[in-house]
Design a protein around this ligand. Structure first.
Ligand code: NAP
Length: 283
């Protein structure tokens, strides 16, 4: 694939950063260069040499989306703007690779398949679900549904390492179950689907391995980082009691990886990737 024909949106985010590293020859922009919520800017961009848009732009502040301003911003970026990108893709015969979320489900099923009915609990989840539906109408599209993304930027692993190093013993929820997705895995999956011309459609992607709670993952983080902090299990309800504008979260976020494996993709286990990530953070 000619990298010059790839365009990355949201290029400064966790995934966008990893995609730029993978495709150094690609064109890219974040909000300052191309705000995808501005229809005119999207239309004005010269798409003539672009064959693939990798949409890594999103409004990802799950709790922020429960505020009056956040509700609007979330729907603007995750739904309306995805409509603009989709129209552009359709008009210019571009393949749109879009990233979706476990939050499009209510989390009542212990393992989510690609064809599960959308059942979002939160504003963020609803706006992401709307984006999925729009992209799904395109002839050339991949919707990659992912969970618990860890890359370069603010994320759960970094937060836990930071507070761990300060000597804080955190209380962490033990009733939300899922698997981490390192941006390395997302990038590999995107590259695999594109380079093998896999059938268009929706694919789940997270790292593989045993499903785990955030509390258990935190214990692993401290163990791998050689920190002695203790982690106390709590429930999502207890953790958020008394806090305002908290988005309801799916309790089960694990994604079934059968479909992407059938497309020839080989997964990496989240625990081995976590170990590598922590070693790098400690360099
Ligand atoms: N993070 C997770 O745990 C998680 C879980 C499941 C799915 N996902 C999905 O995975 C994808 C990548 O997530 P991520 O963690 O890489 O997100 P991220 O780090 O928040 O990156 C999103 C990027 O999009 C940019 N952006 C926001 N509004 C924009 C606009 N109007 N035009 C252009 N760019 C805009 C952001 O800029 P600012 O920072 O300036 O706003 C940011 O650089 C998203 O689709 C997300 O919904 C994430």
């Amino acid at each position: 694939m000619d990298e010059k024909t790839i365009f990355i949106t949201g290029a400064n985010g966790q995934l966008g950063t990893a995609l730029r590293r993978k495709y150094p020859g690609a064109q890219f922009a974040d909000i300052d260069e191309l705000d995808i919520t501005l229809e005119e800017s999207v239309n004005k961009y010269d798409w003539s040499n672009i064959k693939v848009i990798l949409n890594a732009a999103a409004y990802t502040n799950v709790d922020g989306a429960e505020t009056p301003e956040g509700r609007v911003a979330s729907w603007k970026v995750n739904a309306k703007a995805v409509g603009y990108l989709s129209a552009t893709a359709r008009k210019n015969d571009i393949t749109l690779v879009h990233i979706s979320s476990d939050y499009v489900f209510d989390g009542t099923k212990s393992m989510h398949k690609e064809d599960e009915y959308l059942s979002p609990l939160s504003v963020y989840g609803s706006s992401k679900a709307a984006g999925d539906l729009i992209v799904g109408t395109l002839p050339k599209h991949y919707v990659l549904r992912t969970s618990w993304v860890i890359g370069e930027g603010k994320n759960f692993v970094r937060t836990m390492l930071e507070i761990g190093k300060k000597g804080i013993n955190p209380k962490v929820v033990s009733d939300q179950i899922g698997r981490l997705t390192f941006t390395s895995e997302l990038v590999r999956a995107i590259d695999h689907l594109l380079s093998t011309n896999a059938p268009y459609g929706a694919y789940n992607i997270s790292n593989d391995g045993e499903t785990a709670s955030w509390a258990l993952i935190t214990k692993k983080i401290y163990e791998m980082a050689g920190l002695k902090n203790t982690v106390t299990d709590t429930t999502t309800d207890d953790y958020f009691t008394g806090k305002e504008n908290i988005a309801p979260r799916p309790l089960q976020s694990s994604l079934d990886l059968t479909k992407i494996h059938s497309a020839g993709f080989t997964s990496v286990d989240w625990e081995s990737e976590l170990k590598r990530y922590i070693e790098k953070e400690n360099e």
